[in-house]
Design a protein around this ligand. Structure first.
Ligand SMILES: Cc1cc2nc3c(=O)[nH]c(=O)nc-3n(C[C@H](O)[C@H](O)[C@H](O)COP(=O)(O)O)c2cc1C
Length: 347
């Protein structure tokens, strides 16, 4: 089974990830992973922290001469902006963050003990883990892309940039919608047989696990919910040249909890960034007096970046179900299983 764990605080020494279950024989080019780490740091609307960090993933185990050997792969990304022990206490919990619920839960007197781990900085190492999964999937011609559909209520690139600039100037923040498209997925990944093996459920959980994502859509679910079935469902056709095919893809590539061979399309709806430079109303946790929320360095908008994180996390989800179906201890074995299945589909 493919699985991973991450560790690390936002201003700790490093972020660490361990990916287990990757078959032996996969050539890993760290350059591909670092490209995605760079994309995670860019994106219009990012804050000053990203000018400090220059994320690079170093692989500490699981490879020999750049090729996987079947053992757990450990990744480390060092934080340039470390020094967690010297940072000031955070007494004014920020609305929209984990701060208040976290201090109540653990009995802390300092929200920094919460926010250091709750911070979306952790998503950097998930991009590293997802980068390895992307390399596996690319070997089977499965590719993952993302794009922005809307930010702050507007859709064109020009309007989006304008909106972000305006929000930055007025010390406000924005959310929006990103879309992930996965091409080349064979039919039959996931399962209808049990709730926790449904691929749509796994995708929804993964996208929802990205901080600030508050809704997930698969295919055209939101629009479809207001339309009659005759206009929604993707009718099935066959021709000798194309084989089985569809004319539309409202289902977003998933029916009955399984991939159906069409592109998988999933969307994440992100709330506006919670840290406002003017500080929202909150209380001091010691005195209980009304004060303004603490302001950590912050992004104005992170929707483009959330798309990159979404690609990574869905790469993991698809790699997991892919290896469940075709799994073996070596890439050669996975390829045999995969080819046999694809040949069977054509009969
Ligand atoms: C890539 C990325 C970057 C983020 N950057 C910030 C940020 O700079 N400032 C901020 O207040 N929230 C940021 N967030 C959102 C918070 O991490 C998130 O809202 C907070 O942890 C509370 O979790 P929740 O919104 O899921 O409830 C970011 C989220 C993502 C995915």
């Amino acid at each position: 089974m493919l699985r991973f764990l991450t560790a690390g605080e936002s201003h700790g020494e490093a972020l660490i990830g361990i990916l287990e279950g990757m078959p032996a024989g996969l050539k890993i080019d760290a350059g591909d992973i670092n490209k995605d780490l760079k994309r995670r740091q860019e994106g219009y609307g990012r804050g000053p922290r990203m000018q400090i960090e220059h994320d690079r993933a170093k692989m500490l185990s699981g490879l020999m001469r750049g090729v996987t050997i079947g053992s757990p792969i450990a990744i480390i990304i060092e934080n340039k902006d470390s020094g967690i022990d010297k940072l000031p206490a955070v007494k004014n919990p920020r609305p929209g963050h984990a701060d208040l619920a976290g201090i109540l839960k653990y009995g802390f007197k300092d929200a920094r003990c919460v926010l250091e781990r709750a911070s979306a900085r952790e998503t950097a190492v998930r991009v590293g883990i997802g980068g390895i999964c992307k390399i596996l999937l690319a070997d089977f011609d499965i590719n993952i892309l993302s794009r922005i559909l809307m930010i702050g209520g507007v859709k064109s690139e020009k309007m989006i940039k304008k909106k972000i600039d305006e929000a930055g100037k007025s010390k406000d923040t924005l959310g929006g919608v990103f879309e992930i498209i996965i091409k080349g997925v064979p039919p039959g990944l996931g399962s209808y047989a049990h709730y926790d093996r449904r691929l749509d459920a796994g995708i929804a959980e993964a996208i929802m696990s990205i901080p600030a994502v508050k809704a997930v859509e698969i295919g055209n679910a939101i629009e479809s919910s207001a339309m009659p079935g005759s206009k929604v469902h993707d009718e099935i056709f066959y021709s000798k040249e194309k084989g089985i095919y569809r004319k539309i893809n409202n289902a977003g590539g998933i029916e009955g909890g399984m991939s159906n061979g069409e592109d998988i399309i999933a969307r994440g709806y992100m709330k506006p960034i919670s840290t406002l430079m003017d500080g929202l109303n909150t209380i001091d946790i010691d005195t209980k007096k009304q004060v303004k929320a603490s302001t950590e360095r912050s992004d104005v908008c992170a929707v483009p970046v959330a798309g990159v994180v979404g690609e990574a996390i869905l790469a993991f989800v698809i790699a997991k179900v892919f290896l469940e179906k075709f799994g073996g201890d070596s890439i050669a074995e996975v390829k045999r299983n995969y080819k046999g299945y694809i040949a069977g589909l054509k009969m």
